[in-house]
Design a protein around this ligand. Structure first.
Ligand code: GLU
Length: 312
């Protein structure tokens, strides 16, 4: 096993505590751990609990599941709700550069606005971007007591960052005037993740490939905040029997449900190991054994489909 090195930084898994981890989340967590450990990195867990719709107790259950899976981590997990000051400092840095503006738009305002030619689909159409201070004050007054959101003013002429993903290869995406802080005061995911990864010394981000389209925005924020860009590996999702992304409607999919119905902890680990081509059917494997067999270059590139009724 490679020696843990302080200089090449850390990998991480960053679940949102909105419910129990299902096979897809567990597989991504295992991959994040394998990628980090195989490269000699430290491994961290971050609880992304900024969203108000969180499920009390689910962070603890998630950590318990990760431990049962056989993962270990090198520091106490960090909770984003304990780090609001760091996000506000980053917003202040952007503000000093004239890169933040208040936005009073509702979703409906955005949908109703004409889209600029060549604007990427779903991009913010810039309604509030060029308001004068007087217009801005009037717009804020008009939505009170609701508060304006804060958006990033993407500098004119900015090219969307292109990055080379360990799994997907070259990824192109779009950037727009993304939200930094929502009208209800919640810090936006894209900002929090960039600030946290940098401060935690994360040099490798492994996560589901549904998040690949957010990455150019995050790289832009890193550049504007003078923060390093980590290596990225966006890994395939797990699909349910209908071919759609695995979800609760697919029956027993969380660790607790699988444990209650048919698997031991080691059985879930074996199943995931097998899905990655790292274990034989029913083989009892430890995470250390999986690590010994893991090669990022031979990782299956297609989504894995979970069929609850097949034998494993
Ligand atoms: N918290 C995000 C999720 O659970 C993952 C964010 C990330 O890994 O950057 O989908």
């Amino acid at each position: 096993m490679p020696e843990v090195s302080a200089t090449i930084g850390a990998g991480r898994y960053a679940p949102s505590p909105s419910g129990d981890l299902h096979l897809g989340n567990l597989r991504t967590a295992l991959l994040a751990w394998l990628f980090a450990r195989a490269s000699g990195r430290r491994f961290l867990i971050r609880i992304e609990d900024l969203d108000r719709a969180r499920d009390a107790g689910s962070a603890e259950r998630q950590l318990d599941d990760l431990e049962r899976l056989g993962l270990d981590w090198d520091e106490d997990p960090v909770r984003q709700t304990a780090r609001i000051d760091a996000y506000e400092r980053a917003i202040a840095r952007l503000e000093e550069q004239g890169l933040v503006y208040a936005c009073t738009c509702t979703r409906r305002d955005i949908l109703a606005a004409p889209t600029a030619p060549h604007a990427p689909p779903g991009a913010y159409p810039g309604i509030c971007r060029d308001r004068t201070p007087t217009e801005r004050a009037a717009a804020a007054q008009a939505i009170a007591p609701r508060m304006p959101a804060l958006r990033l003013r993407v500098p004119e002429g900015t090219e969307a960052p292109v990055f080379t993903d360990r799994v997907l290869g070259e990824v192109h995406g779009d950037v727009d005037d993304l939200v930094l802080r929502r009208g209800d005061g919640t810090i936006a995911y894209n900002l929090a993740v960039v600030v946290d990864d940098a401060e935690q010394g994360v040099t490798q981000v492994v996560r589901g490939d549904d998040l690949a389209p957010s990455t150019p925005r995050q790289i832009l924020l890193q550049r504007l905040l003078d923060l390093p860009t980590p290596e990225y590996a966006h890994v395939p999702l797990v699909l349910g029997p209908t071919g759609a992304r695995l979800a609760k409607r697919d029956g027993a999919v969380t660790f607790a449900e699988l444990r209650a119905q048919r698997f031991t902890d080691a059985g879930v680990r074996a199943l995931l190991g097998r899905s990655l081509g790292l274990a034989a059917a029913g083989e009892a494997v430890t995470t250390t054994q999986l690590l010994g067999r893991f090669d990022p270059d031979t990782l299956p590139r297609e989504p894995w489909t979970w069929r609850p009724n097949r034998s494993v």
